[in-house]
Every structure is written in structure tokens, then in C-alpha cells.
Ligand binder design. Structure first.
Ligand code: PEP
Ligand code: MG
Length: 880
């Protein structure tokens, strides 16, 4: 049986999207519900794929189906394509399954030739219109099908205008357009060696082929890559009779959304132009009128249009984006599709459609793209502002900020405290820079990835950060950075957009976040359906408070090292690290104990009654010391000044820095290895945690404490440390004269931990996937370097579809996680398992966590709403 490659608009419906493309399916559906649609037919996406299978040839079979459909259309319209007296004219447009606006090609007015143009002129009694239409057709056909550069046509028009001494297209008369047409035809022959085809059927076939080909043009390919649309879907082609909005003052054309696509307001929003074609509205040469003004120009058409908007919305149960044309006082709907919208509009429309009874709560939850919520939670650049980025880095922490460029964190602190807004610009940040980050509006680094120090810290604080922006070359000495020819000096104002990674010179208009009632409503509905709990990664009482306000149900990761970095503790931590003996170390640690205890009391109090996972110290110790190069500079300066005492101290420190230096610190002395080599550090931390818990419990405040050991790869690492924790706990309880319940668990962030999870589970009350490290160690990608240097190329070359540090790699890292869940729960069926890597706030990763049966995800406070929504969407899509 031969395959059906061509469908009349009478044959299709909205459900046939994958075969007819979005546009074709919708046109057929509109015909079905009785709307005034210009008739036509659709050549299917399968036809496009067949065209490629047949080495870019239209098969005989397909050809005869196309001509049969044309025959039927001609009969229905009572006109013949390209007839000399009253020509039927058609448009040929692409229509992919997933809309790719503007990416592929369109041809209008097909069927005109040197003879039929006269028929059109006679029939419409409008010579100018006829010749203008014909030249537009030759121009589009010449460009899209015969591949003659657009400029060639433009310069011909210019030359005729110059000759006539006119400047506007509207001043061109029929004769002028005839002259243009002759020049166009000659030029096409000259450039391509082929005549512009006069046979309408040949025009049609060549155009259909050109649309098939446009599936693989450069911009379509790039668009698909960016939007993750598969390459093997192909495009359908719609052949549709032309209706003209430029036939006089009772004609016009426009575009409208059934609701406002930026705010969501329930009011038809759009524009139209009388006596114009669609491209005139888009081109912006004439200023269109707002749709409301149509009421005055053509009241009946306005009413009919508004009724159709309501009907289409009801029919599709969603906000629609509609194109229409009025031809001699008759309204035609050319296209309808679900309208693209901002996050704010998505939320408002979803909630209102539920209130209007058009969709249910679950559909509303699915209608809001969880990732897009991010834009509502932070200050952002006004989307109407015209901005030009000078460089692009990684979108490491969302939101936008403007401020004076400062390179030095101390200076940032000073200037910031004076009330100036600053953006801290560094090659990379270290824990030493924290005070500069705290005061800055945002952070820009030229190195480091999404999980770099700057990114993690900024995200935790809800501050914008662009990291790994390798295009900026920083010169600290000169106090400037350079991007190509552009030099930005200390004190200049820049803006950064941490949601896109863009860096802009100067200040740009911003919009403040605003959490609407509808936003809270959608999240409330999400909470009713999700099964995953959502916690936050928070290290301070303030962050914990923010997390609670965003709906966190506990803390999934409190990184205690951030407590060590505050300016009042760092000297004590450094003293501890510099110690030669255990006793000396313990002495320094004893100074830290009450400070740490206070930290924990603060957090526990905010999180009253909710679980708090506190991770014992994880990073390599050298991170708390200045870097060697800085020390060398300081030492030589001190030598010059002759400050001997300070000099000695710095020299000692340099010695220690060198002694601690490792080739691969991320794989070195960190995590539980630190706890095993220097148990006194962990003992101090456990004491601080449990003393805090005892204290609050005595005051009637409920505390749920989870003590977490990082970077475990062998069961005995955890077993040994568990014993130390338990011994310490017993001592604390004896001292405090009270006992609190607590849990001991581990991060799962090494492949070996996953492979031996059944052994590790024996000593663990809970698991929490540290997928930042697990991704690093599974791929063998350094998390601080790969995102800037390797992964953009991988994504560009489609080796990976996303950075695995952003979107969890289900196949590799995910398989290890799944294995760890199964093995862990084989030993302990009720083992609590969560995730606290950055993936915990990324929608696709949250979905995966739901699918493999985790109990909770944990992410930075500002991403908690995203995770709540994504968890609900996963629960709806993948009921467990
Ligand atoms: C992780 O590795 O995923 C994690 C949460 O820990 P950190 O980012 O602090 O290494
Ligand atoms: Mg880790």
C-alpha cells in the first residue's frame, strides 16, 4: 500500500501533530470547528523524511499525491493555480512538530508569473497591488528557492527608487514594480544561470523542496540544538490559498494573543495594520495599531475576532497566539498555536484557567515550566531594555546586578560599606574573598564552573554570579579587565545577568521580583501532589530563614566550612591548621567550639522541628590558607620593609601551604579522610552540634539532627568515624546531663560508595547524594575547570546535551545512584535517601530523583520553589 503523504485541511485534526506538524494540525482542527480558514493541504513530516531518504528527491508517488491535492483544492476554490485570468495563488510554509518560529522558510503569492500577474491586476482592478505581489513572490522565491542573496533584490529596488528620486516603497507605482520585476528576472538568470520558472506547478514543487531543505539550514540546526529539538523529526509543508490583507482599505492583517503574554492579563492583546501583508507587521516599517482600535475601524470584524479568540481558547484550553487577515471585509484565521509567554504570565494564566474551569490543578502544575520560575525569584534585566553583552560566561547564580567594578575583596568591603554598589570581579574566588562577596551586588569570575566556590557561595546567598567567563582578561596590576578591544577599569559600572551569563558595560534597567498570589497558589497545589520532600542547602540562620519562607521542609546540607571562613573565625582556623601537634590543634579547636555551637543553635532554632543535616568538614585544609603566590608577594614586600616578626609568620605559613599542597586536591586530603587523619576536628564539630541540640531541647525546642560524613568510599571509613561520633556523643550527653536523638549518615559522592552501598548502609542511617562530586568522579571531569574549558565544546558538538554539572547525567551518574538506592535499601528498607548536589534544584534532575525513589531533594534556598514544582510535575507524570 502506498503511504499517504498529503492531507487536505479537511482530513486532519489537532491530534495529528507529529504527522502534520503543529501548524498543519491546527489549521485542520480550525477547519473542523468551522472557523474561516483559507483552504489548503499539508505535505507530512514523513514526506520530508522520505525526501531525505531518497537522496533529496520527491518520489513519483509523493508527486502525484501533491498534484491530486492541488487538483482538489482548485476544484474547491473554483480557480486554477496561476490561471491567466483569475489565478489561484498559494503560500508554502514550513510547519514543524515543535514550533521553530522564523527558523525555516516561507514563500507567498506562489502561482504568479508574467501572464497571471495581468489576470490578478484585472481581477482586482489594482495593477499596483498585482505587480507588488509578483515582485514580492520573485524576491522570496529567488532568495529561498534559488538562493540569490537578499541584498541583490534590495539594491535593485534602491536603484529604481534612486532613478525615480523617491524614497518610500509606497511611492512606487505599478510601472515601477514592473521595472523591478524585469530587473529581478534578469538578475536571477545572471546569478543562477536559470530562468525564473514561469510554470506554477514547477514553482510549487521547487518551493516544497526548498522548505524540506530548510529543515537543515544553519539557523534551524542551531535553534534545534539550543532548544533540544531532535534532528530527525522533519518538517511538514503547508500549501494554503493566499488571502490578501493589502487589497485596499477594507483589508488588513494582524497578530494577537488571547491573553497578555507578558503579564497574563485576561485581555486580547495584539496589533494589526490595515492594507498590509503579514510581513509589514513584523518588519516594523509602519507602526501597527493595537487590536482594540480595530473596534473603531471594523466593528463587526472586531466582534467576530474576539468571539473566535474565546472559542479557540476554550477549544484548546490554553492561551492562543493567532494570526489573521482581513480580505475585502472578510476575516480569515491563518494560524493558531499555544502562545509563548513569560513565567509570570504562565503562572497567572494557569491559575485563571483552573478558576475558569478549563483545566484542572494538575494540568495547571504541568503548564508552568519549573525552570522558568527562576526568573520570578530574582531581580532581572527588564526584558524591554536593549542591552548588548560584551561577554558571556556561565549562568552560575541567577538574578541581575549592576555596580562599580572592584577587583579586590577588601576594597569591595570598604567601598560597599560606604554605600556604593559593587560587582566583585576576580579570576576565581577563594574562601578568603568571602567578605567581598557578602558586600557585592554580584560576582564575575573568569575561571571556575557552576560548582565553583563563587557559584556555590553566591547561589547560597541568592546573589547573581557569572563564572567561568573566559573572554574577560583580568589584569589586577593595572586594575582593569579587557574583552577584545574593550577595556573596563576599576570603578566603571558593569551589569551582570547570572541567569544568562551575560556581562554588560554600564547600568541597565532592572525589574524587582514579585511573588504573586497565583505563584503561591500553584506551589500550594504542587505541595498537594508531590511525594518528594524539598529541603534547602543552607549554612546560616539567615539562609535557613529564607529557605523556610520559600517552603523548605528541612536542611539537606549545612556546609560547615562556610562557618570557618567568616573573618572572625578564619584566624583561629588558620592557627589550628598551622599547629604542629595534636594538642596545639585541640587548643585552637576549643576556641572554635563555642562559636560553632552558636552557629548550630541559630540554625536549629530557625528550623525547629524540621530535620537539619550538618556535614562535617569537607574541603582540603589549604583552602583556608592564603595562596602561595599571594604569600610570596607579601613576603617580598615585608622583606623590603624589614618587618621581621610578621615576615617570619608569613614564611611559616608559606611552608605550611607548600606542605599541604597536593597535585589533585579534590581527590586528596578532604572529606572523611580529614576526619580520619585529624579526628579532633570532627570531634569538635560533633560536640558543637550535639551541645547545641541539647541546649535547645532543654529549652523545649525540637531538634532533628543528622550528622553527615562526606566523601566516604569504603564502609570502614564510615564505620570508624561513626564510632568516634558515638563516643563523642556519649561524652557530650554525660556532660550535659541530657540526651538527644541523632542520626549519622553519609554523602554518597564517589562511584565506589555506590558500588558498595550495601556495605556502607550498615553504618549509615541516611544517604545523601553529593552529585557535584559524584559527577566529577564519575566522568573524571574537574568540576572547577571542565565547565569553562571542556563542556561548552561538548555541548556544541552534541557529545553531551547538557553540562552534567547542571542536568544530572541519568545514564552514568544516574545509574550509579539507582544502584546505590537499591543496594542501600536491600540492607535497610527504610533508609532515608536524598540528594544535595546542585542537581537538587534542577527540574529534570528532580524528576529523576523522583523516579528512583529518593525521599528528598535539597537545593539552594532560592531554588526551593522550583524543586517543589518540579517534584509535583514528576509525581503527576510518573506516579510511583
Ligand atoms: C556534592 O559534592 O554534590 C556536594 C553537595 O558537596 P560539595 O559541593 O560541597 O562538594
Ligand atoms: Mg561534595
Amino acid at each position: 500500500m502506498t503511504k499517504k503523504y498529503v492531507y487536505s485541511f479537511h482530513e486532519g485534526n489537532a491530534g495529528m501533530r507529529s504527522l502534520l506538524g503543529g501548524k498543519g494540525a491546527n489549521l485542520a482542527e480550525m477547519v473542523k470547528i468551522g472557523l474561516p480558514v483559507p483552504m489548503g493541504f499539508t505535505v507530512t513530516t514523513e514526506a520530508c523524511l522520505n525526501y531525505y531518504d531518497e537522496d533529496e528527491k520527491i518520489s513519483e508517488d509523493m508527486l502525484s499525491q501533491i498534484f491530486q491535492a492541488l487538483d482538489n483544492l482548485e476544484r474547491e476554490m473554483g480557480k486554477k493555480l496561476g490561471n491567466n485570468e483569475d489565478p489561484l495563488l498559494v503560500s508554502v510554509r514550513s510547519g514543524a512538530v515543535i514550533s521553530m518560529p522564523g527558523m525555516m522558510d516561507t514563500i507567498l503569492n506562489l502561482g504568479l508569473n508574467d501572464e497571471s500577474v495581468k489576470g490578478l491586476a484585472a481581477k482586482t482592478e489594482n495593477e499596483r497591488f498585482a505587480y507588488d505581489s509578483y515582485r514580492r513572490f520573485i524576491q522570496m522565491f529567488g532568495n529561498v528557492v534559488m538562493e540569490v542573496e537578499h541584498d541583490v533584490f534590495e539594491s535593485i529596488i534602491d536603484s529604481v527608487k534612486q532613478k525615480k528620486k523617491i524614497t518610500q516603497d509606497t511611492e512606487m507605482d505599478a510601472e515601477d514594480w514592473q521595472e523591478v520585476i524585469n530587473l529581478y528576472e534578469d538578475k536571477i538568470k545572471e546569478v543562477t544561470g536559470r530562468e525564473f520558472p514561469q510554470d506554477p506547478k514547477e514553482q510549487l514543487l521547487m518551493s516544497i523542496e526548498a522548505v524540506f531543505k530548510s529543515w537543515n539550514n544553519q539557523r534551524a540546526k542551531v535553534y534545534r540544538r539550543i532548544n533540544k529539538i531532535p534532528d530527525d523529526l522533519g518538517t511538514a509543508v503547508n500549501v494554503q490559498i493566499m488571502v490578501f490583507g493589502n487589497k485596499g482599505d477594507d483589508s488588513g492583517t494582524g497578530v494577537a494573543f488571547t491573553r497578555n503574554p507578558s503579564t497574563g492579563e485576561n485581555k486580547v492583546y495584539g496589533e494589526f495594520l490595515m492594507n498590509a501583508q503579514g510581513e509589514d507587521v513584523v518588519a516594523g516599517i509602519r507602526t501597527p495599531q493595537s487590536i482594540e482600535q480595530l473596534k473603531d475601524v471594523m466593528p463587526d470584524i472586531y466582534k467576530q475576532f474576539i468571539d473566535i479568540c474565546a472559542l479557540l481558547e476554550k477549544h484548546y484550553r490554553d492561551m492562543q497566539d493567532i494570526e489573521f487577515t482581513i480580505e475585502n471585509g472578510k476575516l480569515f484565521i491563518l494560524q493558531t498555536r499555544s502562545g509563548k509567554r513569560t513565567a509570570q504570565a504562565a503562572v497567572k494564566i494557569a491559575v485563571e484557567l483552573v478558576n475558569e474551569g478549563l483545566i484542572n490543578k494538575e494540568e495547571a502544575i504541568l503548564r508552568v515550566p519549573a525552570g522558568q520560575l527562576e526568573t520570578l525569584l530574582h531581580r532581572r534585566i527588564d526584558p524591554n531594555a536593549k542591552v548588548e553583552a560584551i561577554a558571556k560566561g556561565l549562568p552560575a547564580s541567577p538574578g541581575a546586578a549592576s555596580g562599580h567594578v572592584v577587583f579586590d575583596p577588601d576594597e569591595a568591603e570598604t567601598i560597599g560599606n560606604e554605600g556604593q554598589k559593587v560587582v566583585l570581579v576576580r579570576t576565581e574566588t577563594t574562601p578568603d574573598d568571602i567578605h567581598g562577596i557578602v558586600i557585592a551586588q554580584g560576582v564575575l569570575t573568569s575561571r571556575g564552573g557552576m560548582t565553583s566556590h563563587a557559584a556555590v557561595v553566591a547561589r547560597g546567598m541568592g546573589k547573581p554570579c557569572v563564572s567561568g567567563c573566559e573572554a574577560i582578561k583580568i589584569d589586577y596590576e593595572k586594575g582593569e579587565f579587557q574583552v577584545g578591544e574593550i577595556v573596563v577599569k576599576k570603578g566603571d559600572i558593569i551589569s551582570i545577568d547570572g541567569s544568562t551569563g551575560e556581562v554588560i558595560v554600564g547600568e541597565v534597567p532592572m525589574i524587582d521580583p514579585e511573588l504573586s498570589d497565583e505563584f503561591n497558589q500553584v506551589l500550594k497545589w504542587a505541595d498537594e501532589v508531590r511525594t518528594l520532600k524539598v529541603r534547602a542547602n543552607a549554612d546560616t540562620p539567615h539562609d535557613a530563614q529564607v529557605a523556610l519562607e520559600f517552603g523548605a521542609e528541612g536542611i539537606g546540607l549545612c556546609r560547615t566550612e562556610h562557618m570557618f571562613m567568616a573573618p572572625d573565625r578564619l584566624p583561629i582556623v588558620q592557627q589550628m591548621i598551622m599547629s604542629e601537634t595534636k594538642e596545639e590543634r585541640e587548643k585552637a579547636l576549643s576556641k572554635l567550639l563555642p562559636i560553632q555551637q552558636e552557629d548550630f543553635e541559630g540554625i536549629f532554632k530557625v528550623m525547629e522541628g524540621l530535620p537539619v543535616t550538618v556535614r562535617l568538614l569537607d574541603p582540603p585544609l589549604h583552602e583556608f590558607l592564603p595562596n602561595a603566590e599571594d604569600l610570596i608577594v607579601e613576603i617580598s614586600e615585608l622583606k623590603a620593609k624589614g618587618c621581621s616578626k610578621e615576615l617570619e609568620a608569613k614564611q611559616e605559613m608559606l611552608k605550611k601551604v607548600r606542605a599541604l599542597s597536593e597535585m589533585n586536591p579534590m581527590l586528596g586530603l578532604r572529606g572523611c579522610r580529614l576526619g580520619l587523619l585529624y579526628p579532633e576536628i570532627y570531634i569538635m564539630q560533633v560536640k558543637a552540634i550535639l551541645k547545641a541540640a541539647c541546649n535547645l531541647t532543654k529549652r523545649g525546642i525540637k531538634v532533628i539532627t543528622e550528622i553527615e560524613i562526606p566523601l566516604v568510599g569504603h564502609e570502614l571509613e564510615l564505620k570508624t568515624l561513626r564510632e568516634i561520633v558515638e563516643e563523642t556523643a556519649d561524652k557530650v550527653f554525660a556532660e550535659e546531663g541530657t540526651k538527644v536523638h541523632y542520626f549519622i549518615g553519609t554523602m554518597i559522592e564517589l562511584p565506589r560508595a555506590c558500588l558498595t552501598a550495601e556495605e556502607i548502609a550498615n553504618s549509615a542511617d541516611f544517604f545523601s547524594f553529593g552529585t557535584n562530586d559524584l559527577t566529577q568522579t564519575t566522568f573524571g571531569f574537574s568540576r572547577d575547570d571542565a565547565e569553562g574549558k571542556i563542556l561548552p565544546h561538548y555541548v556544541e558538538q552534541r557529545i553531551l546535551s547538557d553540562s552534567p554539572f547542571i542536568v544530572l547525567d541519568r545514564k552514568g551518574v544516574g545509574s550509579l545512584m539507582k544502584m546505590a538506592v537499591e543496594k542501600g535499601r536491600d540492607v535497610k528498607s527504610d533508609l532515608l535517601i536524598g540528594i544535595c548536589g546542585e542537581h537538587g534544584g534542577e527540574p529534570s534532575s528532580v524528576e529523576f530523583c523522583h523516579m528512583i525513589g529518593l525521599d528528598f531533594v535539597s537545593c539552594s534556598p532560592f531554588r526551593v520553589p522550583i524543586a517543589r514544582l518540579a517534584a509535583a510535575q514528576a509525581a503527576i507524570n510518573f506516579a510511583r
